[in-house]
Design a protein around this ligand. Structure first.
Ligand code: APR
Ligand code: PHB
Length: 387
């Protein structure tokens, strides 16, 4: 099979890149190792920066998002049984959209199907060859080995994918940081505790009250890094969440059976460069960000929006375009990691944290509450301006 762009991975990054490239008349083949059902079963992020909203609308997948998503013009930060609101509209005239990543992926699949996209699922032993020349992708399916020859290969295959490893180790620089804790997340068919998100610092540990819609809530509590999700009963989760949320929110909490319960490790990771010959990386394949700043999906969408622009110029004859990708993408990636790591350090309880350090976190939150400049900085970074 021959195509202009072979895309490894049918997550949000891979599907969105295929959609944007096909809109520019560039042929694509998406190669995914799991089934469509498995890809669509994943419960992931839920907050879209406004730039991501605009990119998804431009890609022709904004209709259901605009109909079912919720525009949020603020977020609450809590500590010491108190919470305060960061008003995005007042601070930087921006907002975010609360709309689950699972729905984004489903909308992208529908658009790709309508466009007649070639998406190969259950592809095993995917391997990249000759990426510095004319790239080839081989994979096994139904007992046969298949080959796709392409001009460009885009590694959108997530943190555990193969594309990043194709860049020679001696040419790769990887930055990794593991935070000494994790998030235990619960999805419940209960009304959210508030109409906007609440990020809470507490001496017992961090808590987050989020949602998917008016009848579907998403909550997280900080737990030790090695925690097993099933070691927590629903009752224990709700009790701990109630202890950590500011009192007024805790009083409103409506609990119910968890329909999903999982543990996510908190880490940061960046692989440089994001381009090697005719191989480019986008999304989790190149970087991982702690979820405290709601940046994972948004950095992936940001990479893809830039990459679609670069590859459209490349296929239009601009041979310098590809060489600009890494520097432009990494500037945004590192800005997102800076913000998300800062929010993580501000809101979580670190092992061995002293009473002084707890009070310093609370003093910083008090400063943000009472400083318009500090509130604006949080608002601008959270909504995606990353400056
Ligand atoms: N061959 C083919 N496909 C692969 C391979 C492989 N060797 N390895 C992984 N994949 C597929 C995975 O099955 C997955 O469907 O690549 C896809 C990568 O998707 P994501 O992990 O969702 O990454 P990305 O598209 O960059 O989206 C980033 O997803 O993980 C969240 O928090 C992250 O919200 C962020 C978003
Ligand atoms: C979520 O709703 O899953 C969510 C929201 C905000 C975050 C992380 C996760 O920062």
């Amino acid at each position: 099979m021959r195509t202009q762009a072979a895309i490894i991975g049918a997550g949000p990054a891979g599907l969105l890149l295929s959609q944007l490239l096909m809109q520019s008349g560039i042929s694509t083949v998406v190669i995914e190792r799991r089934s469509r059902a498995h890809v669509l079963s994943r419960i992931r992020a839920g907050v879209l920066e406004w730039g991501s909203v605009e990119t998804l609308r431009r890609a022709g997948v904004g209709a259901r998002m605009d109909a079912e998503g919720a525009v949020h013009e603020g977020v609450a930060l809590g500590h010491s049984n108190h919470q305060f609101r960061i008003d995005f509209r007042a601070a930087c005239d921006r907002a975010v959209m609360v709309y689950g990543q699972t729905k984004v992926t489903k909308d992208l699949y529908a658009a790709q199907d309508a466009a007649g996209a070639v998406i190969i699922h259950d592809a095993q032993d995917v391997a990249l060859h000759d990426v510095e020349g004319t790239p080839r992708v081989t994979y096994a399916k139904e007992g046969r080995t298949h080959e796709v020859v392409a001009d460009i290969v885009a590694g959108c295959d997530g943190f555990h994918g193969v594309a990043r490893q194709t860049i020679p180790e001696a040419k790769r620089t990887e930055y990794a940081h593991a935070f000494p804790f994790a998030w235990l997340g619960v999805l419940s068919e209960t009304p959210p505790v508030a109409h906007e998100l609440i990020y809470a610092n507490h001496p017992r540990g961090f808590a987050l009250a989020s949602m998917r819609n008016a009848k579907l809530s998403r909550y997280y509590v900080q737990v030790p890094a090695e925690t097993e999700a099933q070691s927590w009963s629903d009752a224990a989760f709700w009790d701990e969440l109630r202890r950590r949320l500011p009192h007024d929110a805790a009083e409103r909490l409506i609990t119910g059976p968890s329909i999903e319960k999982s543990v996510a490790q908190l880490r940061a990771f960046v692989a440089e460069p994001m381009r090697w010959g005719n191989l480019v990386l986008a999304g989790d394949a190149a970087h991982i960000v702690p979820p405290t700043g709601a940046k994972g999906l948004n950095l992936a969408i940001g990479d893809v929006a830039l990459l679609a622009e670069v590859l459209t110029a490349h296929f239009g004859g601009d041979r310098a375009a590809l060489g600009t990708y890494t520097a432009r993408a990494l500037e945004r990636v590192w800005a997102g990691i800076r913000f998300s790591s800062g929010m993580t350090n501000l809101l979580h309880r670190f092992p061995g944290q002293s009473a002084f350090e707890q009070r310093m976190q609370e003093a910083e939150l008090h400063h943000i509450e009472h400083s318009a400049a500090a509130r604006e900085a949080v608002a601008r970074n959270y909504t995606g301006l990353l400056d």
